[in-house]
Write a protein that binds this ligand. Structure first.
Ligand code: G3P
Length: 217
């Protein structure tokens, strides 16, 4: 399973990358706004800065919602850097654009996916990644993990090559459950990644080992 970080914060991207376990980055317009990145040129430069930190795929989201606009924006994003993956919303025009990008060999991430039917369409269109959102389903009292299991199962039965990129991850157990469900990628903020490190018995055990080692010195 690949680990992506879901942020536009360069320091957090560097911190995750320094751990040696980072495979890529996802961003969205809200995450860019959170970092105060405004204006077309600054936004494009920021994507390049991210690509220069990590080695893997970097999702950059289009803002247009019509086919021509999505294609225009997506081609400009893809031309920025070889690591860029064009992130396209799960809408009718988006599916058409994903098919267009797929035919041109441009990688895509179909975002805002909340149902198995949407995931089938994304795969049929040739999306590189499909992004089901866990946290936002949980927020409306819907079991998000059932969706991950359904998509993984459907893709396996039919041999779809689209990778399941579990998004809207809110806590470490989401990550573990997605791994168990067979998601290809999880994208999460830095905190849930770092939370995977934590166990009180690790801390207690290390403290005792170090104390005992001191007695022997
Ligand atoms: O990048 C999309 C997704 O991960 C956003 O997560 O927490 O805003 O639902 P969240």
């Amino acid at each position: 399973m690949k680990f992506f970080i879901d942020t536009a914060n360069l320091d957090q991207i560097r911190e995750a990358n320094d751990l040696g376990i980072l495979d890529g980055v996802t961003t969205n317009p809200s995450l860019m706004a959170k970092e105060g990145i405004k204006g077309k040129e600054n936004i494009l430069n920021h994507y390049v800065d991210i690509c220069n930190i990590v080695e893997g795929d970097v999702s950059a989201e289009v803002l247009a919602t019509d086919f021509e606009g999505i294609v225009r924006e997506g081609e400009a994003l893809a031309a920025l850097h070889s690591q860029i993956v064009v992130k396209v919303p799960m809408i009718k025009e988006g599916i058409k654009a994903i098919k267009y990008f797929s035919n041109k060999g441009i990688k895509t991430n179909c975002t805002l996916v909340f149902s198995p039917g949407q995931a089938i369409l994304a795969a049929k269109a040739g999306a590189t990644y499909v992004s089901p959102f866990l946290g936002r389903l949980d927020d409306i009292s819907t079991d998000s993990l059932t969706l991950i299991h359904q998509i993984v199962n459907i893709y396996s039965i039919h041999g779809f090559e689209t990778q399941v990129l579990a998004a809207s991850i809110r806590h470490p157990m989401h990550i573990v459950a997605c791994a168990e469900a067979g998601a290809d990628v999880v994208t999460c903020p830095l905190d849930p990644i770092l939370s995977l490190l934590k166990h009180p018995l690790t801390d207690i055990g290390l403290e005792k080992f170090l104390a005992d080692a001191k007695k022997g010195q």
